[in-house]
Design a protein around this ligand. Sequence first.
Ligand code: G4P
Length: 525
Amino acid sequence: MGLKEEIQRRRTFAIVSHPDAGKTTLTEKLLLFGGAIHVAGAVKSNKIKKTATSDFMEIERQRGISVATSVMGFEYSGVKINILDTPGHQDFAEDTFRTLTAVDSVIVVVDAAKGVEAQTEKLMQVCRMRKTPVIVFVNKIDREGKDPFDLLDEIEEQLKIKVRPLSWPVGMGKRLSSVYNIFDKKLYYFSGDDKTTAEKPLEFNDINSTELDKVIKEQAPKLREDLELVEGVYPEFNRQEYLNAEIAPVFFGSALYNFGVKELLESFIQVAPSPRPSLTVERTVDPYEEKFSGFVFKIHANMDPNHRDRIAFVKICSGVFKRNTNYTHVRLNRKLKFSNPTAFMAEKKSVIEESFPGDIIGLHDTGNFKIGDTLTEGELINYKGLPNFSPEMFRYIENADPMKSKQLAKGVDQLMDEGVAQLFTLDMNGRKVIGCVGQLQFEVIEYRLLHEYGAKCRYEPISMHKACWVRSNDAKEWEDFKRRKFKSIAKDKHGRYVYLSESPYDLQMAQSKFKGLEFFFTSEF
Ligand code: G4P
């Protein structure tokens, strides 16, 4: 198979949801269909349970497992599927945002009873920013949920994207009998009391066929009515619009009972995009270019605290990556060669000889990589799209053991390279502020500093609202701003200026007073 065919048969995507909507269950069912796992429960163990907030051993154990399950690759009907796992816990949302930079499409899981929830909206913002094609899976229709039309309205409104149902539930909760696939005009009928067995789908090119009445009986007229409404209200499904991220196809199902999951997978492999061009600061890179290039989107510390080696996850964006070949690490402008690159096939890691765009490989790292680093065959380009987002919680970090200040500095530095949290250094006095999305991150940092670096840290409270990256279009005004707000000016890890606003009011005032400055909640603008 040539490069072109290899690229065209790849689908690299992530499944995202608000916690508990069913992301893990759906992932697992897809892996079961792909034959990548053989028992349910294999992925579940990877989940950091909400109860584990202070159970560090548990977090550590799970960090270990998640190296293997961070990327789940498998073959299905000749298609190479790469599912990128995202942490379910919302305290690690930033990790999820970064993973979204490495996918070509996304499946968003929504709970049929709860509808669109807060975390889903946030994740969708990132997809919108990146124009990532999105498919919505409305899950848990085996339970009483909201009316499908109401759900579609809610998705459209809250996720701010046009929708187009491609499957339709026949009944919901106890009355659920089947899922009609609008895309391929097949009725997936379920029988048996436990409703887990899907019979062979029945094809209905004409929905008015009396055969339909024989199968779903009194539910047939309602299905016809619903489908008529669907056709009347929603535009025809247009794949290009989906690929342009202008419309989201919606599927209904129940991951737990296997309703509508296979249909989702079958439709997904037909419509979802193969690897797409990626942006660098210098130019757009086409996956079909012959020369290899890729970027690091995730760094994972290894489990053994005595060895500080890590795994850098690289998304291949163009060309063919080959083992034992010299590649340019652009930031360091150095040649590096990798003798044991690993590919991830569901539960296993294995050393690979070559890998293609869309694939994720794991590179053993002794400290050369930071998130966002680019590897190429020599061209000096830098992949874009790995912004930092303004954290929501801030604390001063202090050294609690004066004998270990070097260890602390090194530990903090490396953990920030891994993207565990963000570090801001105040201009005024050099004090360091850690910014996180959730409480759990602070605890992980403290724990890892102690166990991996032998350093002790202490946190002190700081009252802060948001970190905003500042662009100055007026040098004089910028100097004036810096003078007036000197207590709130800091630099991020890359030396970029950040304004640490104390309150929404504070920020608003700054925005209205200093018209020559622009404030951004992400580091890439
Ligand atoms: P998440 O990764 O999005 O956080 O969700 P997860 O798959 O873990 O699912 C959350 C809960 O919802 C689980 O129950 C799971 O069994 C259940 N669930 C997932 N899909 C469906 C579905 O289609 N129908 C119904 N009725 N339930 C579903 P749990 O009790 O929290 O976990 P467990 O003890 O059952 O594993």
